[in-house]
Design a protein around this ligand. Sequence first.
Ligand code: F0G
Length: 356
Amino acid sequence: MSWAGIIDKYREFLPVSSKTPVVTLNEGNTPLVPSPVLSDRLGLEVYLKYEGLNPTGSFKDRGMTVAVSKAKESGASAIICASTGNTSASAAAYAARAGLRCVVLIPKGAVAQGKLSQALIHGARVIAIDGNFDQALMMVRRIAQTEAITLVNSVNPYRLEGQKTGAFEVCDQLGGKAPDFHAIPVGNAGNISAYWMGYGEYYEKKIVGSKPVMLGFQAEGAAPIVKKKIIKDPRTIATAIRIGNPASWKSAENARDSSGGVIDTVTDKEILEAYKLLADKEGIFVEPASAASVAGVLKLGRTGYFEKKLKSMKRATLVCVLTGHGLKDPDRAIASVKKPKTVAANLNAILKAVKL
Ligand code: F0G
């Protein structure tokens, strides 16, 4: 078998031993798709790391295979997480496969249908709280302190260990070098921290020649890192990143500052424009939060950021991480387009409606 998941592939970089029972759905190995439209607009060589093609449709599976394998190794019988949706979908699937119980806390009414259906069908106990993600995270952290249940949010270090393999794959796919720029949406800030860790580890092992400039993007109404303050009531249509007090705040700032990068905001309008652009022009369907990385680099492009940075770099490469699949949030897709027309079941009416 050629691919058996990220633990099998990157074992030497991960905190596992021959005794660790590997719980995998063959996550990882996602395509790095060239983006002609963005390359043209930005004057860079742009690639899209399509993480929506992981087994449960988001990048969370990379961290979850490690967290759940380690939970099983330690003899746990149950796992718990707070989630804006994708973490809970992934936790529920890996728990089902491992034979563990799974409990998830979600903010009421703020989780996309696809994600909720995943957590439920995999048999998780789903509890919606009358509050937001930050409150849910606080609750599960408390519960995990006193109860016999393993926390699998990204405050569990095994999650970031798994997620850093995204950076290894990008370097491997670019023929053994890191991109010059790495763009990524920022919510709870685990993924930007994990990628920075991954690039650092490949750099130390001399597998890549340099590390990228990290570009993180938060939604305008949920941008605590950019605004340098906790946002009590975060708001954005990109529900995955509707977070006002990220757990990995400090490490995200470190990734930004050590790499000479930026963390900036994008408006919901910019997110939706990028969402449509990816679908219309590149044939790639992502959920709105994922489009934040593309919205962000388009914004930086408009302000002349790359031209200024690029004085010394020729043929620079940029990787945008597309964190989750568009099918996660079908309601948003339907709300963004014209409804299909119903016509009589006869050829004339159909041809008239098709307007060839
Ligand atoms: N994109 C998607 C699709 C996400 O689901 C998330 C986070 C992010 C980006 C941001 O990543 O939190 O590591 O900065 N989703 C979490 C969840 C919070 O519960 O599924 P981050």
